[in-house]
Ligand binder design. Sequence first.
Ligand code: FO1
Length: 317
Amino acid sequence: LERVTALAGGVGAARLLRGVARLLPPRALTVVVNTGDDEEFYGLRVCPDLDTATYNLAGAAPPERGWGLAGDSHRVLSALGRFYREAWFQLGDLDLATHLFRTQALRAGRPLHRVTAQIARSFGVVATILPMSDQRVRTFVETRRGERLPFQEYFVHRRSRDPVRRLHYRGARAARPAPGVLTAIRRAELLLLPPSNPFTSIRPILAVPGIRGELRRRRAPLVAVSPVAGGRAVRGPLGGMLRAVGAPVSPIGIARLYRGLLDGMVIDSRDARLRPQLERRGIAVTLIDVEMDTMEKSMRVARAALALARELRGAGT
Ligand code: FO1
């Protein structure tokens, strides 16, 4: 079995992984998921990126939106409107069952990685889905005005409108990788970095002590799919965050953030002229349309990323 491990955030990652999952035997894939976006609503522990990975690999997510459950309704949320002033986070009726179960299991003392495995199994997912850590890590967005907003407050409530100065991954230093995470990196034959936002999705994972080091020691090639194409982020507030740190809004900016980690990169055909610059940094390049708004496109990009990684492994990278 050719073992493949991916780090993942939310929808961007899920778009690639739904393609990868169609191309590999189901047991081959392990996904290490960001939990910095987790939040409590109405006393319930909500883990958007874990659920996005699970629901997409189960084929249960709405294909266009990418998060939550297809065909969900919001009757409970409307009823909660009687008791709470505002409901800015859309929790679906069916999705709430996941949060109820998870919250109760955590309260009973079970670690998040076990609860996550049980949720995945219940949805019929055979791939291994691991939280980056069982300990709580919270991503805070520091705005240029100096406010520190919990991630969902910044992203959903304020619609990513505030200019960002930097991000904080609170609790990361005291966190440990969840059981299975380091092994999944060490034993992988191919490693993937999907087109997630490096600041909000991947860096929180790398901030958990031990994970970055394990990636640096890797023997397997690591291939990223660019979350930037034609001078813009494919989705979300990544463009402004790259500008805020003085990095170009291009695959070069992404390669800089992942310095020392990348062996290969799948970039958009519109960025073809950047290929020599990436190759000079020792990064092998494949050009393709990186948009993945349909399953067919997800499979095409997944095929390109796996092919590049296999080629690099063959070349002994
Ligand atoms: N994203 C939104 O833009 N608005 C929402 O109301 C919202 C609700 C939501 C509920 C459950 C869930 O698993 C995800 C949800 N998301 C929503 C997506 C989530 O904010 C992002 O996908 C991630 O946190 C970013 O990776």
